[in-house]
Design a protein around this ligand. Structure first.
Ligand SMILES: NC(=O)c1ccc[n+]([C@@H]2O[C@H](COP(=O)([O-])OP(=O)(O)OC[C@H]3O[C@@H](n4cnc5c(N)ncnc54)[C@H](O)[C@@H]3O)[C@@H](O)[C@H]2O)c1
Ligand SMILES: [Zn+2]
Length: 364
């Protein structure tokens, strides 16, 4: 089992560990029991993860001297809202949850974001643990302490920064993950490699088939590397003051593509296209070599992620989505570009014309 310590603000001594390994669920009882102010745990999960894994997790944890309950909500992004949160809070009340209760988020990013959000405000804050079960949640959403839910005006607009007590990444969950969800997570791993770690890209290039076969030992290595990159960036910039924005590489256009397609393009697919787009912009503006741009594009193709903007998405509509990006500053759209692989920077001075032309050039 690998361990990564996340050391946040040294003044508040906020720090926690990420545990990564195969079948580690059966070893986490002790770790969950660590704080003696916690006398019970309530798992929050979605309907799909509950069906696949709920019973196994409860059966594993219960004999470890833990008082465990489980509540669930319908799987899917559509549940990540205030109505579901209120219903879950009512369930917590009915179970008699109090400030000695810890919540456990068992599931993907939807479960983690919403459980973290509830934990951060229920009775002014309960401790919570993350057991991420999608690759996306394991390498991205479970690390960094961003919680949130969607409102009609947009995604993740209601949320908090709230850190878990610990994160348990058990690779065994990945065996039941559909290919589309697995590839979504791969897109974020590629992103971590592109912005921080050319060596991670080399490992991925060398082991494409083994990654696709989800070989646990290899995945453990890659997930650990990927988590380390995210944690390093988060440690330097917990509240997204500046540096952390490089994690948005590929996401500026990515978010526009997701929204403009009515969310028929998944997040990982949108980010994959967005990364090719950001690399192409970087090359066009003479920051990035064509060799690096090609390397990024080949990897994305090799993992069966899309690399072109679907023709039916209207350029004008995408442009207007880009100016509405909630992370925008001033009138210009900031993009995360690359000087080379491992060297990203923020550029908010690209002309509309170049942004538009590059969208057109990348249409399939
Ligand atoms: N907090 C952050 O920093 C952060 C970062 C990235 C993404 N996010 C959020 O994460 C969410 C996306 O996360 P996601 O892709 O994990 O979505 P998700 O939680 O909806 O999971 C995707 C699907 O996979 C199913 N699933 C989960 N684990 C499974 C398993 N082991 N086997 C089979 N099926 C399984 C789920 O039931 C769901 O249907 C978005 O809401 C996004 O905003 C947050
Ligand atoms: Zn993302």
């Amino acid at each position: 089992m690998n361990q990564i310590k996340v050391q946040l603000d040294s003044r508040t001594s906020a720090s926690y560990k990420i545990h990564i390994g195969l079948d580690i669920i059966d070893r986490i009882g002790v770790l969950l029991n660590k704080g003696n102010w916690i006398n019970r745990h309530i798992i929050i999960t979605d309907s799909r993860v509950n069906t696949l894994h709920g019973e196994r997790v409860v059966d594993t944890l219960r004999p470890m001297d833990l008082k465990i309950d489980l509540i669930d909500f319908p799987a899917g992004e559509a549940s990540k809202n205030i109505q579901t949160s209120l219903r879950l809070v009512e369930n917590l009340m009915a179970l008699g949850a109090d400030r000695h209760t810890a919540l456990i988020a068992l599931g993907g990013g939807v479960t983690g974001d919403m459980t973290g959000f509830i934990a951060s405000i229920f009775m002014r804050g309960l401790p919570f643990f993350q057991i991420p079960t999608t690759l996306m949640a394991q390498v991205d959403s479970s690390i960094g302490g961003k919680t949130g839910i969607d409102i009609p005006a947009g995604k993740n607009l209601l949320g908090t920064f709230y850190q878990p007590q610990a994160v348990f990444i058990d690779l065994s969950f990945l065996q039941t993950l559909p290919d589309l969800e697995f590839n979504n997570g791969l897109a974020e791993i590629l992103k971590h490699g592109i912005i921080e770690d050319p060596q991670l890209l080399t490992s991925l290039e060398e082991e494409i088939q083994a990654v696709k076969k989800r070989e646990p030992k290899l995945l453990e290595k890659i997930i650990t590397k990927s988590c380390r990159i995210k944690k390093r960036i988060v440690e330097m910039d917990e509240k997204e003051g500046g540096l952390r924005r490089i994690l948005n590489f590929g996401h500026t256009l990515g978010h526009a593509l997701e929204a403009e397609s009515g969310y028929t393009i998944s997040h990982g697919q949108a980010v994959a296209i967005g990364m090719v787009y950001a690399a192409t912009l970087s090359e066009k503006l003479n920051y990035l070599s064509s060799m690096d741009r090609e390397r990024i594009e080949s990897l994305i193709k090799a993992f069966e992620l899309p690399h072109r903007i679907p023709r039916d998405l209207d350029t004008k509509a995408l442009m207007s989505r880009l100016t509405k990006d909630k992370k925008k500053e001033g009138a210009l759209i900031p993009f995360i570009l690359l000087k080379k692989i491992g060297l990203p920077f923020i550029n908010g001075e690209i002309s509309d014309t170049i942004i538009r032309e590059t969208i057109e050039a990348l249409k399939a």
